[in-house]
Design a protein around this ligand. Structure first.
Ligand code: 6R9
Length: 650
């Protein structure tokens, strides 16, 4: 990573952009002088039913309470207040379906839909504080469902539509969700794929907490039906369009979102209302320079991930956005689909992931060249470090050298953007997230928790509480303390799990995870999760998984497996067919995003004397590097066995 110190190209905003920007340089100084006063000011961008009088209560650290004596309704902030201020006819959502159907929803439409859905959920007996699981493709009903939950003080748990029945079952059980909202199917690369079947499997268990399953008709796919099931159109369409919202305390749970940790069990990250909405909304306003009367915004994430929660649903809608929501994949029906959509709607702000930018690069610059992208004015990136080459391509080919690029670092746990350039202020460097936002204090420390200087690297920590921070891990407060607060307990720092460094100019560069969490196309997957999935297959005795660097997906999943004696019967069972079966097995257990790129059958795994698998060595093998120091290995001949086995096998 030494080359990063040598990145001296900087790209300041144009004078015109800077002059009209929502946030100017003085924002940093004002926030630094009094962070709590700064956040109180941003919280007042929202509409409160009862104004707050306290800002931050950190007396029970690491559990923060923000604006705790205030009350508000999150859905009212995202919908009703825009209708009340005379913007009912403004388009909230330009929705584009994968097969080419489309639908516009104004704020008045959204208010009617959310009110009906809220009445429907109430009719099922749900009460504030209950949990609802949402397992839907990117259709308007997904956003309506989330907002209906918010309106009623229900906590939603959105589960990505690419996750398996087993992943769904454990998440439903962990949160004791009483209701699941799903659809008959979803479009995937042009063809309808079943979705409800996974819910049926997850809900079939005798001890399932689920009382009702609400089913949106999307693809017309035939579905099995039980007495728990009810069609969305039968339940929701008949409801009243009037719904009187109740105000909830600022610390009312808003959602649980599961993310991978270093063990096999995903963590249910809990976010609450007032502080979360304050930071999601202010960062959307500041980092994307969003102007509600003129911008057309598009974030390409799925609502199954935190980016969809904070930068499709809550932040943008609180800011009265007009946004594009796209259901499908970027190459359906052709590789110019995104550019065609930008051209069609005159998108001005576009927010996507490095893995997609690299894919676009591979498809070629002649594809975007066929479309009019001149409406674009701000480009964003999220999910993993963006390499300088991809950053420059994004700037030149998509942004035509005039759009500021905001590389935004944050996590499911942080709830909203933490480190990013401000587009009207920062002279950005290709590949650097630059510095913490106003009101955020983050730093890089060494093993002892001591801040490092320019030109040095270490662990990224957040050293002051922030409004949208996670409040705990659902049902496991001990794990919350252990995972995030134990590493630098003496200093009271939040440990993000990312490595980072300052360059010689003091700009901040993210270097990837320092734990056993892989980042594949911007999605977090733990090595342990994939290992457990592999060993649950009868042919596998032992498995070790590493994330190897991959030019397209950032990291690729590479698995090393030892087969059970019964599976290596000499009939070629450890050949192609079995490997294919194992890759499919992981996809079935966790979801297609966890399907290993490569599985290598090995006779032994390298272990330390204390029995810990040495992933570093396996990563070296997976990345075709020379093996470094192997002296701590319990049996150093193992690596020879693995290497020779591999060259023979490939
Ligand atoms: C928003 C989101 C969080 C992890 C995080 C880090 C990586 C995200 C990044 C980035 C470098 C960026 N990450 N954004 N690394 N530069 N701009 O992605 O949340 O799914 O929880 O992942 O993703 O490693 O710790 P989440």
């Amino acid at each position: 990573m030494d080359n990063l110190s040598a990145e001296h190209r900087t790209f300041p905003p144009s004078e015109a952009f800077a002059a009209a920007a929502n946030v100017r340089a003085e924002g940093y100084d004002r926030a630094a002088a009094d962070p709590e006063a700064f956040w109180a000011e941003q919280a007042r961008r929202l509409t409160w039913a009862t104004p707050f009088s306290t800002v931050l209560d950190w007396s029970d650290a690491p559990h923060a309470r923000w604006f705790a004596d205030g009350t508000l309704n999150v859905a009212v902030n995202c919908v009703d207040r825009h209708v009340e201020s005379g913007h009912g006819d403004q388009v909230a959502i330009h929705w584009e379906g994968e097969p080419g159907d489309s639908r516009d929803l104004t704020y008045a439409d959204l208010l009617r839909e959310v009110s009906k859905a809220a009445n429907a959920l109430t009719s099922l007996g749900l009460q504030a504080g209950d949990r609802v699981a949402i397992y839907l493709p990117m259709i308007p009903e997904a956003i309506v469902s989330m907002l209906a939950c918010a309106r009623l003080g229900l906590a939603h748990s959105v589960i990505f539509g690419g996750f398996s029945a087993e992943a769904l079952r454990t998440r439903i059980a962990d949160a004791s969700a009483r209701v699941v909202i799903t659809s008959d199917g979803q479009y995937r690369r042009g063809t309808p794929a079943p979705l409800k079947a996974a819910v049926d499997e997850a809900v079939a268990a005798a001890d399932s907490p689920v009382e009702h399953v609400v089913v949106v008709r999307r693809t017309g796919t035939e579905v099995a039906w039980s007495d728990k099931d009810v069609w969305w159109h039968e339940l929701v369409d008949q409801q009243s369009e009037q719904h009187t919202p109740e105000a909830f305390p600022a610390e009312q749970p808003l959602f649980i979102l599961y993310t991978s940790g270093t063990t096999g069990k995903p963590k249910g990250i809990l976010h609450t209302s007032g502080g979360y909405l304050t930071q999601a909304s202010w960062t959307h306003h500041a980092v994307f320079d969003h102007k509600p009367d003129t911008d057309v915004y598009w974030c390409t994430a799925d609502i199954g991930w935190v980016t969809g929660h904070s930068y499709i649903v809550y932040g943008p809608l609180a800011n009265r956005v007009t946004q594009v929501v796209y259901e499908g994949t970027p190459n359906t029906p052709h590789e110019g689909r995104h550019w065609e959509i930008i051209d069609k709607y005159g998108v001005t702000i576009y927010y996507t992931a490095p893995t997609l930018i690299r894919t676009f690069m591979k498809w070629g610059a002649d594809i975007p060249a066929k479309y009019d992208l001149s409406s674009l004015r701000v480009l964003g990136s999220v999910g993993e470090p963006i390499n300088p080459e991809a950053w420059m391509w994004y700037r030149e080919v998509i942004g035509k050298n005039h759009c500021p690029i905001v590389d935004t670092w944050w996590q499911t746990e942080t709830g909203a953007i933490m480190i990013a350039p401000l587009p009207g202020v920062t002279a950005a460097k290709p590949g650097s997230a630059m510095r913490p936002l106003p009101g955020i204090s983050a730093t890089i420390v060494n093993d002892d928790g001591v801040p490092v200087g320019h030109g040095q690297g270490g662990y990224l920590v957040v050293d002051q509480p922030w409004p949208s921070m996670l409040r705990t891990i659902w049902g496991d407060d001990e794990r919350f303390r252990d995972t995030y607060w134990a590493r630098f307990a003496a200093q009271g720092y939040y440990f993000a799990g990312d490595g980072a460094k300052y360059d010689d100019d003091g700009a901040l560069w993210l270097l990837g995870r320092v734990d056993d969490v892989m980042n594949v196309s911007g999605h977090r997957i733990s090595t342990t999760e994939v290992e457990s999935a592999l060993v649950s297959h009868p042919a596998v005795a032992e498995a070790a998984v590493v994330g190897a660097s991959d030019p397209m997906t950032g990291q690729g999943i590479v698995a090393f497996v030892i087969l059970r004696a019964s599976a290596t019967g000499g009939d070629g069972a450890d050949g192609e067919a079995l490997i294919k079966e194992l890759r499919g097995h992981v996809a079935k257990e966790i979801g297609p995003i966890a399907r290993p790129r490569q599985i290598m059958v090995v006779p032994e795994l390298p272990k330390t004397r204390s029995g810990k698998i040495m992933r570093r060595l396996l990563r070296d093998v997976a990345e075709n590097r020379d093996l470094g120091d192997v002296t701590t290995l319990q049996d150093s001949s193992v690596m020879n066995l693995i290497s020779s086995g591999l060259s023979a096998g490939s």
